[in-house]
Design a protein around this ligand. Structure first.
Ligand code: N2P
Length: 347
């Protein structure tokens, strides 16, 4: 082969390869694999994003942080965007499992309440951006339950057997039991789990329904009279009927910061940044509050809420409740899972 033909063939190969690379680059970032909590992402937000960007969103849902984490770590790079709570953001950062966010692509970051950028799980939003914040608390159907319910000890009483719905969440349930013993949510040790265990065993027997997806449903249709639920669920109940009162337990409770983050190696990281920046727009963030009335972390979006939304006591707590963020508890998370599996198998 002449040198000239050799060079031109090499060039042809190089051009073809560049073409292929171009084709696969353009195939990327045309879809977004979103792995998020159930009942948390309005269809209208997804549709609006797709209409504007042409990026198709595949929304797969989960009902607990632990479920998300195990699927994420098993499936490696399948997801482009996940929605962990603060303690799981902390764990994922420690494991080097998140992509650093490119703030150059997040022009709407300044709409957030600066308080959220000072939290220790991810100061400065290096890896995560808050979606919604919220609390875990007690809903009382005051037409059915007239005695005062102030906290977990009042809630889990023999007389309420088979009238209770609670979140199906081991870390939460263990936290409630520890709280009645004066133990903080992050002091999860073998000894403290042993103390919590008989309490949880007794409580589980009183519960009618475990539901993390839509605990409001059984309260609404009268199957249960008391619930321990996510605050957004309580806010929807209160908006429906003020007989559903929301109480933040006197023993203290969890304030969660559910956040968007990009798993390391995500194929559509640019699309993920675009989605994050899209939901940081005030008018888009308001759409999330309309459907899922948690505490909106976006100062500019909050200005767009109605008085009724802003005054919903479940969405925006009054006074000075005892609230704690969760921290990553490392190996103890697996011990909580094992304990819960065992106690549930006894039922
Ligand atoms: C939304 C669930 C809220 C998540 N359905 C609590 N971290």
């Amino acid at each position: 082969m002449s040198l000239q033909r050799f060079v031109s063939r090499c060039l042809a190969v190089a051009v073809a390869a560049a073409g292929l690379a171009g084709a696969s680059a353009s195939a990327q970032n045309k879809e977004l694999n979103l792995f998020a909590w159930s009942e948390y992402v309005p269809q209208g937000v997804i549709d609006g994003f797709t209409a504007e960007t042409g990026i198709k969103v595949n929304y797969e849902s989960y009902a607990s942080n632990e479920e998300m984490l195990s699927k994420l770590l098993a499936g490696a790079t399948k997801y482009d965007l996940v929605q962990p709570s603060e303690y799981v953001v902390e764990a994922l950062i420690k494991q080097d499992a998140l992509e650093p966010l490119d703030h150059g692509k997040l022009s709407n970051l300044g709409n957030l309440d600066p308080a959220f950028g000072k939290m220790s799980h991810d100061a400065g939003h290096r890896f995560s951006v808050p979606w919604m914040s919220g609390t875990v608390g007690i809903v009382v159907n005051t037409e059915k339950v007239t005695e005062p319910i102030r906290g977990y000890a009042d809630f889990f009483q023999e007389k309420f057997k088979n009238r209770l719905v609670v979140l199906d969440d081991g870390r939460e349930i263990v936290t409630w039991a520890m709280a009645t013993e004066g133990i903080g949510p992050n002091d999860v040790t073998d000894a403290n789990l042993e103390r919590a265990k008989p309490i949880v065993r007794k409580w589980l027997k009183l519960v009618k329904i475990f539901d993390s997806d839509s605990p409001k449903t059984s309260l609404l249709n009268g199957d249960t009279d008391l619930g321990i639920v996510w605050s957004g669920e309580a806010a929807l109940l209160f908006a429906e009927d003020a007989k559903f009162q929301y109480i933040l337990p006197i023993e203290g409770t969890h304030q969660f910061i559910d956040s968007l983050a990009i798993p390391k190696g995500a194929k559509n990281a640019d699309a993920a940044h675009q989605f994050i920046n899209y939901i940081l727009r005030p008018e888009v963030s308001k759409l999330i509050s309309d459907d899922f009335p948690y505490t909106n972390p976006n100062t500019e979006a909050r200005k767009l809420l109605t008085d009724e939304q802003r005054n919903n006591p479940a969405s925006y707590p009054q006074g000075d409740p005892k609230l704690d963020l969760f921290h990553d508890i490392g190996d103890m998370a697996g011990k909580i899972d094992a304990m819960m599996t065992q106690l549930k198998s006894e039922l």
